[in-house]
Design a protein around this ligand. Structure first.
Ligand code: PAF
Length: 279
């Protein structure tokens, strides 16, 4: 595995690869790699000649300084995992390297006025800055993202449309621990007691899914909110039922579109998100 720390090292390596007409799959990460990342790595490894991953805790996508500072970092462990997963190139830059050129402001209209975009001002502009740069430098044919960050995928698709970047966005199913908790780097910040409660997020969503034929979307919303209310350790930030493409809250399903429930909840000082597809 080749480790590149500068844009120049990365782009000159890419030039050589592209001369051989090889396909490139990119998995951008912020490190603290877990089983969820590994499922993306497997897919990128299988579907491309060359598999690249980046490890960069992107400061400009954190609107909460404490969250940025507490974000788990262990470069050597991450590099070992990447190597085990058959990664060809690991891009591990510093913030000075990435932002030699000042970040720009992205705007995504209604797509970013709900959920994560609403709760975390500037977050998606920060994500779009790093992801667009990675796409351009790596000249990737495919970019792999986990569906837990459902809104992020919609934003990235809109970003490549705005920037005219030719890349296929591959959306990958959530990887869950055996007890149903969606894997996330933030899970390691939960106390052992909170870790036992956390799978209830998925359990509540699944329970609501099973009632989708007898309840309206508004009733499902109320049901989920009530279930979270019953468990005192949870503090629900939002639960919204949205159109799977526009991400706008809906009360009835739009013909031809899917319906997704998106949740953000605080537990033990850690903010967790998850999703449930209803249709
Ligand atoms: O999903 C993430 O881990 C990050 O938002 C990403 C896509 C790596 C950009 O920093």
């Amino acid at each position: 595995m080749k480790i590149c720390r500068t844009i120049e090292e990365l782009t000159s390596t890419i030039e050589e690869i592209k001369q051989e007409n090889k396909t490139i799959g990119l998995v951008p990460t912020m490190g603290a790699l877990h089983e969820g990342h590994k499922s993306l790595f497997r897919k990128a490894r299988e579907e491309n000649d060359v598999f690249i991953s980046s490890v960069f805790v992107n400061p400009i996508q954190f609107n909460n300084k404490e969250d940025f500072e507490k974000y788990p970092r262990d470069e050597q462990k991450d590099l070992n995992i990447l190597e085990e997963c058959g990664c060809d190139i690991a891009f591990v830059p510093t913030a000075d390297e990435i932002y030699k050129q000042e970040p720009k402001e992205f705007h995504f209209g209604a797509l970013e006025q709900v959920m994560e975009g609403k709760q975390r001002p500037g977050h998606f502009s920060g994500v779009a800055n790093i992801v667009s740069r990675l796409f351009l430098w790596t000249k990737a044919d495919r970019g792999y993202f986990g569906e837990k960050d459902y809104q992020q995928i919609a934003i990235i698709k809109e970003m490549i449309r705005q920037e005219n970047i030719n890349i296929e966005i591959v959306s990958c199913p959530i990887y869950r621990d055996e007890d149903g908790l969606a894997t996330s780097s933030r899970n390691q910040r939960l106390s052992p007691e909170a870790r036992k409660i956390a799978p209830k997020i998925h359990q509540i969503l699944e329970k609501s899914y099973l009632q989708r034929n007898s309840l309206s979307l508004s009733q499902i919303k109320r049901f989920v909110e009530d279930e979270f209310e019953k468990i005192k350790d949870f503090e629900l930030e939002y639960f919204l039922i949205v159109d799977d493409t526009t991400l706008q809250p809906i009360h009835t399903k739009n013909p031809g579109h899917g319906v997704v429930g998106c949740v953000a909840v605080w537990l033990d000082g850690v903010r967790l998100i998850d999703i449930q597809r209803y249709y």
